[in-house]
Write a protein that binds this ligand. Sequence first.
Ligand SMILES: Nc1ncnc2c1ncn2[C@@H]1O[C@H](COP(=O)(O)OP(=O)(O)OP(=O)(O)O)[C@@H](O)[C@H]1O
Length: 286
Amino acid sequence: MTEILIKARGVGKRFNGFTALKNVNIDIPVGRIVGLIGANGAGKTTLLNAILGLASYEGQLEVLGLDPSKDRGQLMQDVCFIADVATLPKWMTAGQVIDYVASIHPRFHREKAMDYLARTSIPLDRKVKALSKGMTVQLHLAVVMAIDAKLLVLDEPTLGLDILFRKKFYQNLLEDYFDEERTILITTHQVEEVEHILSDVIFIKGGEIVLTAEMDELTSTYTELMVAPGKEDEARAMGPIRTGTSFGRTTCVYANKDRATLGSLGETRRLGLADIFVVTMTGEGQ
Ligand SMILES: Nc1ncnc2c1ncn2[C@@H]1O[C@H](COP(=O)(O)OP(=O)(O)OP(=O)(O)O)[C@@H](O)[C@H]1O
């Protein structure tokens, strides 16, 4: 049986009467890369904080078989996370940050961190306070990716990074870091940059989980059709959940329709995750 790494049952969170999380039920197995996707204020960080034992919550949470509200110390031996604000000691140099983590963390691999750092332009003798915003994030990522953890939680990890580094980061994450023993939980608004590495997605809205699905299953549900000239009526008769125009051609989005049949009406393609999110959130898919 597949090991469940994160199990949530009826998890809720209230801030002074405001409900930020409501009845969250999830099972995340080991060896997955899960995208937690939601609009601003949907409750993503609140849920991650509960999972990491950084905030109190109602209901039951089990992470690596532990209760994050009670066993945070033990949990942190196998969990790594990057919050959306990089918090490294500003008075240290980049090299001292590496030395420091090497001295306190038994699962930190210095060579790996140095290898990641070598792909940046961060000088080891430069203080954190003198690094640019993006370089600080790069240093933080180099440290975290060099720690041998079972669960890696990334909250908007690439905020402030340039496009080349973002691409490289996700590539490294998939090729160098990830294996079937590890699980990665990631939130980002730049979904088009992560969709190719995700195995599963969780959509959250107003503190409630509205969809959990495997990526393959989800992307095979929706088809976008660029309708061939003269085929518009037939395309509309197939019951699209959304229509539009692109370069003067009609486009239609369908849920659960045979792709071969649609193919006779024009060019088809899978809908990207960002569009699937919009369709799901606006209820067009129902
Ligand atoms: N300490 C707090 N006190 C009061 N309300 C809070 C607190 N922390 C979060 N909230 C509220 O809970 C809701 C969810 O916030 P959260 O930070 O989890 O959203 P998010 O999905 O991570 O959003 P974003 O994508 O904008 O980072 C928001 O309405 C937020 O204002």
